[in-house]
Design a protein around this ligand. Structure first.
Ligand SMILES: C[S@@+](CC[C@H](N)C(=O)[O-])C[C@H]1O[C@@H](n2cnc3c(N)ncnc32)[C@H](O)[C@@H]1O
Length: 894
């Protein structure tokens, strides 16, 4: 099983400490709001928050209502229901982590216990059940609660259930995830051998799902052939992603930190250093390409209104307009990195067609028949969804624009042809764009002829407008100006006044956008989501660049060319990030005057394209090329000093003496490959603290990355298997202990330092944490334990058979990492994990007769105080190591 089939125990500590327990009370009472469903009554004052001044969220936004009415997002008859549900709090949902060892037990508890005991608690007109499995999610692994989190907290009769949710969340058996957010990975149709790229992955709930699928079918100790590369541009969010996915214990994961629109392809054909065909052959690939790509892009997020009601206040049409370009660029990069025959899912938690159908249409337009929008109407039939829209309109500064033709010239750098349903306008755009280019040149000359970094063609008049529009009064003025401009354009004959109300001029997309899926809240009491499933049917065409150029500014045109070149795999690879151009950043792309920096930050876009970043990108490019010659030698040093500053280097661990001592101490079978699979993040082999195991698939990508000059900025990878141990007495001959998360992978191959305990002794170990050899119920077990070498060891549960002699493991084996001291055995499992494991054993095997605490009082289990203290320190040390790791080796600090 390894990676993924069981989760470790101690390793979950830092995960827990680094995320809120979402089922606990809200630590920020200011954010709390009443749970009455509408919460727009300023006079209501919930009793639940004594002494707190409650400020209700506004749940009105006339602009929002007008926008979606015009877009016909739902029929007129449904409008009231749609709006009413948007104002109600989102019912909680969660997923059972199928990688957790006790996931079946958790599922049984929900099906057999809570579903029945909570029957009486169904409490609103939308639902007849208090909790229910989501019908479209496989194997009853995803659950919908007919309560919001606030209701769970307030209701006494739900207390036991609430406690259950808190504990299972804390130990990592369940993950809270919005129901609709679970959908995209299901449509990706991932198989265990697939190479999957999750382009915008943080905080990682979908990455977790992808890893679960990758690890689904493997036996203990075997790793799947596939892998997931999870990427996010935001450093802080990348760290969340790392902590989230750590619970998966996967050796098949790489976390990277790139702007997705420039995700490197690690093309060997671009390398400055010659690589022989033989070397390329050994690697099995000369460019990074994926079987599956998840493109869950940054978006305006209005599909999450039910759980993030502050969006009511912030929402404006410019948010979607501002993100469209970035979304297209990310999606096109995804298509470029996709293998022919591969599938890509494009998704957003926005309802806005500009961020959805318009982006999908642009992908199809640019890929010119090489990408198909799949009809997946027969997949997940129980998931209620609507067809995509074929027509929509653009709202810009108070104007409705039904066609690109009526976009005022000075807005044409912002409002793009690709935002509109029809691509007929694209031909006319060439002329119009010339105008925009003239504007840009004029602007360039205004600022001394230097080109503006990555800016969309934006005339100075517009910049002035946008500056002024901070002031609300000026927004009105600017909109009036725009109207006047449209009228002038129209009367000049360069545009027809196709504004709202003129239905005869409605544009309809030529693409089969009805195959897209939109989930709206009132269909199944959920949030809203948009999903499109695309398949690459052949390599992108040579003239893709020409075609796309009509819709995109000069900057992006260059980028399209580079992307295309990469797609002609093997023949015309022109390399990675197009460093000769500045990236179109979220911030720049979102240049609508009403979308301020705070809003962008709220979209999770901070750090994108900062000057610092851009400088680094240039530097990275240079150093990356140089780095190639020094494969895994001084490269680590180079990396920390130049390339990917602030990120620990990735190095294969090749210290044979250490590897041999580990193998021999634990009796790790020769059939388990260590060589070539061990990685560290420290270039000083003598001070390596943690050793990570990587699958063959990850190994191959690392090799390619080394060969290509370390294009990938890797923030985390693999599965921690060994940690340097700080034995106080120095008696253990092995310097490295096993880590809990790596144990499931190694377990089937370990033949030394491993014992099988009876159920009673296993329970006692979990309960008392340290037991003297003489105090074990099974004396033979105590004797065997005393004969182990001092240091790290493994105890497996022999399930009451008293089988100290025989150690047999299979997928269901329950095992813990322990420490053999001079007189006793101590577990290296956190208290919470120990407690939870005890409870699971009770649920499976029944409670132990007699209270162990009483036995303790009677002095049955006396522990050598001195050694106990020493072992306590060791345990503490293990915890410290876990925590420091998050800071030193896995946290991106750039
Ligand atoms: C909708 S969230 C992704 C949610 C995630 N897929 C999940 O299921 O947990 C969008 C993410 O895109 C990231 N992002 C924004 N701009 C990006 C860019 N240019 N490249 C990569 N990631 C980006 C944000 O930091 C944010 O974490």
């Amino acid at each position: 099983m390894g990676g993924g089939q069981k989760r470790g125990r101690t390793q979950r500590r830092h995960f827990k400490q680094n995320r809120d327990n979402v089922w606990k009370h809200n630590s920020n009472p200011k954010k709390t709001r009443p749970d009455d469903g509408t919460n727009n009554d300023p006079n209501s004052n919930p009793d639940s928050i004594p002494n707190q001044k409650w400020e209700p969220f506004i749940s009105q936004n006339p602009g929002f209502e007008e926008y979606y009415k015009v877009q016909c997002i739902v029929s007129t008859e449904e409008w009231e229901e749609f709006m009413s549900l948007l104002r109600k709090p989102l019912p909680a949902a969660f997923r059972i982590n199928s990688s957790a060892q006790f996931y079946q037990d958790v599922r049984m508890q929900l099906e057999n216990d809570f579903m029945k005991s909570l029957e009486a608690e169904a409490n609103n007109e939308h639902e007849s059940e208090a909790i229910r499995p989501l019908p479209w999610y496989p194997d009853n692994l995803a659950w919908h609660l007919n309560f919001s989190r606030m209701q769970l907290r307030k209701n006494q009769t739900l207390e036991r259930f609430h406690e259950f949710l808190k504990q299972e969340n804390e130990v990592g058996n369940i993950t809270r995830q919005e129901a609709v957010s679970m959908v995209p990975p299901l449509f990706l149709d991932v198989l265990p051998h697939h190479h999957v790229l999750d382009m915008c992955a943080a905080p990682g709930s979908k990455t977790f799902q992808l890893l679960e699928i990758i690890h689904q079918t493997k036996e203990p100790g075997l790793l799947p052939d596939g892998l997931v590369i999870a990427n996010d541009v935001d450093v802080q969010r990348c760290n969340l992603l790392i902590h989230q996915t750590k619970r998966m214990c996967s050796a098949n994961l790489i976390v990277t930190n790139h702007e997705a629109q420039y995700f490197p392809s690690c093309s060997l054909n671009k390398c400055s250093v010659e690589i022989s065909e033989e070397e390329k052959g050994e690697l099995g690939k000369s460019v990074l390409q994926f079987d599956r790509v998840l493109c869950d892009v940054p978006c305006s997020g209005d599909g999450t209104l039910r759980k993030a009601p502050d969006i009511w206040r912030k929402w404006n049409a410019g948010m979607g307009n501002g993100l469209h370009r970035l979304q297209v660029e990310i999606a096109m990069r995804g298509i470029t990195l996709l293998k022919v025959g591969g599938r890509m899912v494009y998704s957003t938690c926005s309802m806005n067609p500009v961020e959805n159908e318009a982006v999908v249409a642009e992908i199809l337009r640019r890929s010119k028949g090489t990408v198909e929008l799949l009809d997946v109407s027969s997949e997940l039939p129980q998931l209620v969804r609507r067809q995509g829209l074929k027509t929509w309109k653009i709202r810009d500064r108070g104007l409705w624009l039904a066609s690109y033709k009526i976009v005022p010239k000075y807005r044409r750098g912002v409002i793009l042809p690709s935002m509109f349903p029809s691509d007929e306008n694209c031909d006319e755009v060439e002329v119009s764009n010339d105008g925009a280019q003239e504007d840009l040149m004029a602007l360039d000359s205004n600022i001394g002829g230097e080109s503006i970094s990555g800016t969309i063609t934006q005339p100075s008049s517009e910049i002035e407008n946008e500056k002024n529009s901070e002031n609300l009064e000026n927004i009105g003025t600017s909109a009036d100006d725009d109207k006047a401009a449209v009228q002038t354009e129209a009367s000049n004959g360069s545009a027809s006044a196709e504004a709202i109300g003129d239905d005869s001029k409605v544009e309809v997309s030529r693409f089969p956008l009805e195959r897209c899926m939109r989930i709206v809240p009132h269909d199944q009491n959920s949030g809203a989501f948009f999903i499109a499933v695309l398949q690459k049917t052949s390599p992108l065409k040579e003239d893709y660049k020409n075609q796309s150029s009509k819709n995109i500014c000069k900057i992006s045109r260059n980028m399209s060319k580079n992307l295309l070149d990469e797609d002609q795999s093997g023949t015309k690879l022109s390399g990675d990030v197009p460093h000769d151009q500045e990236p179109v950043t979220t911030e720049q792309a979102s240049d609508d005057s009403k979308m301020d920096k705070n809003q962008l930050a709220a979209l999770g876009s901070k750090d994108v394209g900062s000057e610092d970043n851009k400088e680094k990108e240039k530097e990275e490019c240079d150093n990356g090329e140089k780095g190639h010659a020094e494969l895994n030698g001084s490269k680590g040093r180079l990396q920390t000093q130049g390339k990917w500053k602030g990120v620990d280097p990735v190095l294969f661990f090749k210290d044979e003496a250490t590897i041999n001592s580990i193998r021999s101490f634990y009796g790790i079978s020769e059939s388990f490959p260590l060589e070539g699979h061990l990685v560290t993040r420290n270039h000083d082999a003598n001070h390596v603290k943690r050793i990570y195991y990587v699958s063959k698939s990850v190994h191959d990508i690392l090799q390619l990355n080394f060969q290509a000059g370390q294009k990938l900025k890797i923030t985390s990878l693999g599965l921690k298997v060994f940690e340097r141990q700080g034995s106080k007495d120095g008696t253990s001959p092995c310097f490295f202990r096993l880590s809990s998360e790596g144990l499931p992978l190694l377990l089937p191959y370990i033949s030394k330092q491993i014992l099988s305990a009876s159920l009673a002794d296993f329970r006692h170990l979990l309960q008392y944490r340290t037991i003297k050899f003489a105090d074990f119920v099974d004396a033979k077990f105590g004797e065997k334990a005393s004969e182990l070498m001092p240091g790290c060891c493994v105890v497996i549960l022999g399930e009451g058979k008293g089988s100290a002699d025989k150690v047999e493991v299979d997928a269901s084996t329950i095992a813990i990492v322990c420490w053999k001291g001079r007189t006793n055995l101590c577990i290296m499992v956190s208290e919470l994990d120990g407690k939870e494991l005890l409870e699971r054993l009770s649920a499976r095997f029944g409670r132990e007769k007699g209270s162990a605490r009483e036995e303790e009082k009677n002095g049955d289990l006396v522990i050598d105080t001195v050694e106990n203290q020493e072992l306590g320190e060791l345990n503490e040390e293990a915890k410290d190591i876990d925590e420091s790791k998050a800071v030193s080796e896995e946290t991106v600090t750039s």
